[in-house]
Design a protein. Structure first.
Length: 555
């Protein structure tokens, strides 16, 4: 069963639909719950397609919905070619994709190739098989050090805190970049490579339009033979990330994606992919090349403070990099891994979050008490409207269209994120951006479903619900709808010209067809240039933008 778009099958526009798409990220467990077990599911998504269509998005990206013990929110996959029974069945998936496609919404699914879960058949087989077996070769096993291998092969720390090596009891240890339950695969193994090609075809055959590739820069590793002495954590940390690092962003990773590209190109239109690769900007182009995945996330704006100068240089450099790669650039302000941008921009001091690898993952509990939510939201909508006026694809995260704030007061006992459990006291983890969406002002789980909610929803959520905002013409939701509608109409060449604003707290640019975006980063009023006012996130009085905000004009 191969899906061909009903609207414009096989046309040129079909092949490049992704270049300036608006992609809405769904975190399935927290989007909508059709059967009332407190966990969002695929039928819940299908039921909400009218809502998704009302937003004016081009595609949805679904975070993992595969069978999983949820040691890392589903990024610990037990089976790659199935649906978690709590979320539905493959039939539910087919029904969902049909309804989405009928609404002209494309579907991107998440592929998690760096690691499986520890419940994957391969890992169970590896544990049951001896040292040196082909079953162990699918993962990264090494002998321990010390007497009888009771010490780890190296003192490396995992991304969620705690050791990156775990013993299996016979003198060997396996490597995991992330949680203990996420053993890393060995991508030098041909069977591993072939199995993922099968997975890509499996979902492509079911009509999936594209893939988001988790930890795309981590697959290729060079750790030498089991007997090799591994570098210690400090040495590893100091190694350059220029293609020679043993664990990250190695040049040989691109041979894997060249094979994937051949699979993508077996389909019409060709399947697309976007790399989640936290690499230096100048190393992004290879992931984004037409011979590779085709596009790569650019997290620079997500990591930046709300500051005109930083925004401008990030935009400029990413447009140049995109031109070099031949791809279009991508913009992201929020996702399931970071503190929501309406909250981030209201944090008093930048030092309250840590910019370590993986972006703004760390947020100490107390920091949320000091957030200026009103300022955070004003800045967030200004930044989003600026983002939506830029050339390239925009990736939105569920709930940002409601202006949702991060939920800070989830009781410890109800938290789920391994980043919380492994860093207790330092990092409250990512659950605060994954609380089930409020659809209604009141009622069971605020309309998320007929039952409860797998993470507690705060009291104030109802006022930010879809129901409440739908009814309010000035809500964030209706602002997003107007903006996405205009974006579709005004979308032009992937090019912009900066306008001279005479102020260092104002950024303005003009797209080739006259679509102009002006962002004021402070509350000192700014006289707008003449033009037809299309949209404003802050009051405009006598031709002046009165405070932090973005205005779109036609000039
Ligand atoms: C990516 C995902 C994140 C997950 C990690 C490990 O960064 O976005 O949610 O924890 O990979 O799979
Ligand atoms: Ca459910």
């Amino acid at each position: 069963m191969t899906y061909t778009s009903s609207a414009a099958a096989g046309t040129a526009t079909d092949e490049i639909w992704w270049r300036q798409a608006t992609v809405y990220q769904i975190y399935p467990r927290s989007f909508a719950d059709a059967n009332g077990d407190g966990i969002g599911d695929l039928r819940g998504i299908t039921d909400r397609v009218p809502y998704l269509a009302s937003l004016g998005i081009d595609a949805v990206w679904l975070s993992p919905f595969y069978p999983s013990a949820l040691a890392d929110g589903g990024y610990d996959v037990d089976v790659y070619r199935d649906v978690d029974s709590r979320l539905g069945t493959l039939d539910d998936f087919d029904a969902m994709i049909t309804v989405l496609h009928d609404a002209s919404i494309r579907v991107i699914v998440d592929i998690v190739p760096n690691h499986t879960s520890d419940r994957h058949a391969w890992f169970r087989e590896a544990l049951a098989s001896p040292k040196g077996s082909s079953a162990r070769d699918r993962y990264v096993f090494r002998d321990g050090t010390g007497t009888n291998g009771t010490e780890p092969p190296a003192d490396w720390e995992s991304a969620f805190g705690g050791p990156a090596w775990t013993a299996v009891g016979d003198g060997q240890w396996y490597f995991h970049h992330f949680a203990v339950e996420q053993p890393d695969l060995n991508w030098a193994n041909r069977e591993v490579r072939d199995d993922f090609l099968r997975t890509l075809r499996f979902w492509s055959d079911r009509g999936v339009d594209g893939f988001r590739i988790d930890v795309a820069h981590g697959l290729a590793k060079e750790l030498g033979p089991a007997s090799a002495v591994l570098p210690d954590a400090a040495t590893l940390e100091a190694m350059p990330k220029d293609g020679s690092h043993p664990l990250w962003d190695r040049d040989d990773v691109h041979a894997i994606y060249a094979e994937w590209r051949q699979v993508f190109n077996e389909y019409t239109p060709a399947r697309t992919a976007v790399a989640e690769a936290w690499v230096a900007a100048d190393r992004r182009a290879r992931y984004a090349s037409a011979e590779g995945l085709g596009q790569a996330f650019n997290f620079d704006l997500l990591e930046a403070d709300f500051h005109a100068g930083s925004f401008r240089s990030i935009i400029q450099s990413n447009l140049e990099l995109a031109e070099q790669s031949g791809s279009s650039t991508t913009w992201v302000l929020s996702n399931h891994d970071v503190v929501r941008h309406a909250t981030r921009y209201g944090l008093p001091v930048r030092s309250s979050r840590d910019q370590r690898q993986g972006g703004a993952w760390l947020l100490a509990g107390g920091a949320l008490d000091a957030v200026d939510q009103e300022l955070g939201l004003r800045r967030a909508t200004a930044a989003t409207m600026l983002e939506l006026a830029l050339p390239g694809s925009a990736y939105l995260y569920q709930g940002e269209e409601l202006g949702l704030q991060e939920v800070g007061d989830i009781p410890d006992a109800e938290r789920q994120d391994p980043a919380f459990f492994r860093n207790r006291g330092v990092d409250i983890g990512r659950d605060g951006s994954r609380v089930p969406l409020p659809w209604k002002r009141e009622g069971s789980s605020l309309g998320f479903g007929p039952g409860g909610s797998h993470l507690p929803q705060p009291g104030w959520f109802g006022e930010s619900s879809v129901e409440a905002e739908d009814a309010d013409p000035d809500s964030t939701l209706n602002l997003y709808r107007r903006a996405l509608d205009l974006r579709r109409q005004l979308q032009a060449d992937e090019h912009l010209d900066w306008l001279n604003t005479g102020r260092d707290d104002v950024l303005a640019f003009r797209r080739p067809n006259g679509w102009t975006s002006v962002t004021l980063f402070s509350d000192a009023p700014y006289d707008l240039p003449a033009g037809e006012l299309l949209l404003a996130t802050a009051p405009v009085t006598d031709g002046a933008l009165m405070g932090v905000g973005t205005v779109w004009l036609r000039m």
